[in-house]
Every structure is written in structure tokens, then in C-alpha cells.
Design a protein around this ligand. Structure first.
Ligand SMILES: NC(=O)c1ccc[n+]([C@@H]2O[C@H](COP(=O)([O-])OP(=O)(O)OC[C@H]3O[C@@H](n4cnc5c(N)ncnc54)[C@H](OP(=O)(O)O)[C@@H]3O)[C@@H](O)[C@H]2O)c1
Length: 406
């Protein structure tokens, strides 16, 4: 059966890998020489924010029924690139087909709800993906989610929406995919610990004094993973792991007291689940996002794809360390934020998004990212049991606060 996929954020690091995974799956299915199995993964919709060039290129190759550019300023340039004077897409093989070009952030919701879509793969960065992710859950889709921020901001609401609408949520974050896979070995009520691994980022070995003067270029040079700029900076501050603690709490319904972080610089073990009998199940693979992306698409099946197998002889040695909680305060903060709950996680996330943006623009120093987040959290009056409007207000408020504080 064909699985019809919408990729939200197809021009980003995860989005581009998702398309490579789909290509790989389709060629390996075609090679099986069983016609009904052919082209089981169909790209129905693609979205980007402003990268019209790449979106148009992807649209020509994959011929989706819908493309969407969330920044409306790029609607006309996108249409021009697609040469859609008659609202038909000029494709590479010169066949013409109908394509609908949508623009504006609200059209993401339209895409997430499409009846033509079975799987919504959310690869948007930040809280911009929140409403579409919720819409996909409401529409009962399989949600293959890389975009962790919606789970941090509105985890309770999202998981409730998934359950109420018979939707499915499959993690793409490598750590959460690892936990998801390891949980198959037992019952979630028998979990004693979830251990999220981290490479430690580029600044693992630096002293607090050395962290004061790190540059943007150094922060963007992740030792293992090649990712978008926001998550790369989050990995350097360890905010990424902090967000992942909250993400795991909601995805797996496990209290944060049972979620630990372990530094594992080789990034071969992507996370572990320890059960009450002391058995510890780890998921291992080469550090390659294509594997968790593929699993979120093919689950419960496993299919040959483009990821290369792991060779432990080549890896040689796996090492582990405790995280440095003094230098990377975001980790400790994650536990208190999860406990406070209400609008606190939304503020935590939005303040970080804004501070990272300032750092990327060269307006603040690396260590100021967390200082701004902490200052913002101190000033915030938490609202418990927030509705979506209150969460969005908290997000907006935190961004303004960070801009004012700088
Ligand atoms: N990269 C990884 O290996 C990795 C691993 C685990 C989890 N994740 C998570 O996956 C998500 C995506 O990460 P990424 O590294 O792929 O990010 P990225 O490379 O920066 O790509 C982000 C995508 O989102 C789109 N986008 C940006 N701002 C938007 C907005 N305001 N509204 C709608 N779309 C917008 C971008 O479009 P344009 O290209 O047009 O700007 C792009 O397609 C993040 O939540 C991250 O934490 C990523």
C-alpha cells in the first residue's frame, strides 16, 4: 500500500534527509520486483519557510500535489520558479501536473489536515511547527516528529490530542527513536530509568572560563552531527538535551526523575532503557539521522534503506562520562521546568529560541544564551493548565522579554 507523506520543513537538514530516505526506500522496494510494493512512499506535500530555490527544485523532482511557503513574501517568487501561470507544475521530465501552491503560516495546518496525507513528517524548527503538529494529531495522522519544540511547549495537550483522535506519534530524534525501540523489550510500567545519551557537543571539555569566549563558528562546528543552526547551537549549550528530557517525559509518559543524561562522545548508543529487573536495552547504529527518520516512516516494518550498518570493530571503543552540570545549567533547569509545568516550558523554549537567534546574529555572546533564558524564567508568572492561547501568549511574551533584556 502506498504511504502518502507530507514533509513540513523539507528544505532543512531533517527534511532533506527524509527525501533521501524516501528515495532509498522506493528503490529498495522496486528492487524487490513485486509490483504492488512499488513506490510505497509518495511525497504529497512539501513546505519551506523562505528557501524557494530548493523547494522549487524538490517540487520538480517529487511532483507533490501541494507545496507551501510559510513566509508569504516568497509566494510570487515560488510561483515564478515553478512557472505555474496555469497553476500547473513544470516538472523535470516535462510532464505537467496540477499542483497547489499555498502560502502563509496557516497553510501548514491545511497541509497537516489533508485527506490525501497518511504521514505528517514534522521537520520544522522551533515553535513555528506547533499548530501544524497539533492539527495533524487532531486529523488522526501518523506524526513522524523531529520537531521537539511542540512537545516541550504543549506536550500534555499534544499527547492527549494524539490519544483522543487515534493518531500515532513516532519520534525522529535519534535518542527518542532509540527509547521507542528499546521499550519494545518490556512494559513501560516496568521501566526504572531512561538514559538519554549525548555527544557532549563541541564544548564538552572546556572550562567555565573558556566558555566565556567561544565564537559562533566554534559553536556551529558540532563534532558528530550535521544539523540546522538552531539545534547545533542547542547542542553546544546542552539546551537540546534539556528539551529532550521534557520531550521524553511526554512521549513515553515517564516522570523526569527517571530520565537521566549520559555523555557518550562516539554517539553510537543513541539511548538506553533500564527495566526494573536491571536489564538495560540500548539501541545502536552509526550516527545517521536517516535511520530514525526511516523507522518513523516504516514502523512497525523494518526495510532495507540507505543507512550503512554499524561496524563495532571499526568504532573500537565506546566511552561514557557524567555531564558537567555546572557548565551546562540547562540540564538541571529542564527538571525544574518540567516540575513547574504550566506555561514554564513554553517560556523556557521561546526564550531559548530568541536568545539563540540573537547569538546567531552575533548580537550576544554564547554564555548569554542561558543567562537570558534564566532571567526570562525568573520574571514569568506561570499559568497552570494553560490553553493554546495562553501557551502562544507565553511564547510571544518570552521572546519580547529576551529582546528587551538584551
Ligand atoms: N537536524 C537534525 O539532525 C535533527 C536531529 C534531531 C532533531 N531535530 C529537530 O528537527 C527540527 C528541524 O531541525 P533541522 O536541523 O532540520 O532544522 P533546519 O535545517 O534549520 O530546517 C528547518 C526547516 O523548517 C523551515 N522553517 C524555518 N522557520 C520556519 C517557520 N517560521 N515556519 C515554517 N517553517 C520554517 C525551514 O525552511 P527554510 O529552509 O525555507 O528556512 C526548513 O525547512 C528541529 O526541531 C530539531 O530540533 C533535528
Amino acid at each position: 500500500m502506498t504511504k502518502r507523506i507530507a514533509i513540513l520543513g523539507s528544505t532543512g537538514s531533517i527534511g532533506k534527509n527524509a527525501l533521501r530516505v524516501i528515495d532509498g526506500l522506493n528503490s529498495s522496494l522496486a528492487a524487490r520486483r513485486s509490483p504492488p510494493e512499488r513506490n510505497r512512499y509518495e511525497v504529497v506535500a512539501l513546505t519551506a519557510h523562505s528557501n524557494v530555490e530548493l523547494l522549487a527544485q524538490q517540487a520538480r523532482k517529487y511532483k507533490p500535489k501541494f507545496v507551501c511557503i510559510t513566509n508569504p513574501d516568497y509566494f510570487t517568487p515560488l510561483k515564478e520558479r515553478l512557472k505555474t501561470s496555469d497553476n500547473r507544475l513544470q516538472t523535470t521530465d516535462d510532464r505537467r501536473q496540477n499542483i497547489k501552491v499555498l502560502a502563509g503560516p496557516e497553510s501548514l495546518i491545511q497541509i497537516a489536515e489533508l485527506k490525501e496525507v497518511d504521514i505528517v513528517l514534522s521537520a520544522i524548527v522551533g515553535s513555528a511547527g506547533l499548530q501544524a503538529v497539533l492539527a495533524a494529531a487532531k486529523a488522526g495522522k501518523r506524526l513522524a516528529i523531529a520537531n521537539k519544540e511542540p512537545l516541550v511547549i504543549a506536550g500534555e495537550l499534544l499527547m492527549k490530542t494524539v490519544a483522543e483522535n487515534n493518531a500515532e506519534i513516532l519520534p525522529i530524534d535519534s535518542e527518542h527513536s532509540a527509547v521507542f525501540q528499546a521499550l519494545k523489550a518490556g512494559d513501560s510500567s516496568q521501566v526504572s530509568r531512561i538514559i538519554l545519551t549525548t555527544s557532549g557537543g563541541p564544548f564538552r571539555k572546556l572550562s567555565a572560563a573558556e566558555l566565556e569566549s567561544v565564537t559562533l563558528e566554534q559553536a556551529l562546528a558540532h563534532p558528530i552531527w550535521d544539523m540546522g543552526p538552531k539545534i547545533t547551537i542547542d547542542s553546544a549549550t546542552m539546551m537540546n538535551k534539556a528539551l529532550e528530557i521534557i520531550e521524553a517525559h511526554w512521549l513515553f509518559d515517564v516522570p523526569t526523575e527517571k530520565i537521566e543524561v549520559l555523555v557518550h562522545p562516539e554517539s553510537i548508543i543513541h539511548s538506553l532503557v533500564e527495566f526494573v529487573d536491571g536489564s538495560c536495552i540500548a539501541q545502536m547504529s552509526r550516527p545517521d539521522m536517516c535511520l530514525p527518520i526511516q523507522y518513523a516512516l516504516t514502523y512497525p516494518e523494518r526495510l532495507p534503506g540507505i543507512s550503512k550498518p554499524l561496524n563495532l570493530e571499526e568504532v573500537g571503543r565506546l566511552s561514557f562520562e557524567k555531564p558537567n552540570l555546572k557548565n551546562f545549567r540547562a540540564l538541571t533547569l529542564a527538571y525544574s521546568i518540567a516540575k513547574t509545568a504550566g506555561t514554564a516550558p513554553a517560556v523556557f523554549n521561546a526564550a531559548n529560541e530568541q536568545a539563540v537567534e540573537l547569538f546567531l546574529q552575533g548580537k550576544i555572546r554564547f554564555v548569554q544564551i542561558l543567562e537570558l533564558v534564566e532571567r526570562c524564567l525568573d520574571k514569568h508568572d506561570v499559568i497552570q493548565q494553560p490553553d493554546m492561547k495562553q501557551l502562544l501568549n507565553a511564547d510571544r511574551w518570552a521572546r519580547k522579554e529576551v529582546l528587551l533584556a538584551n
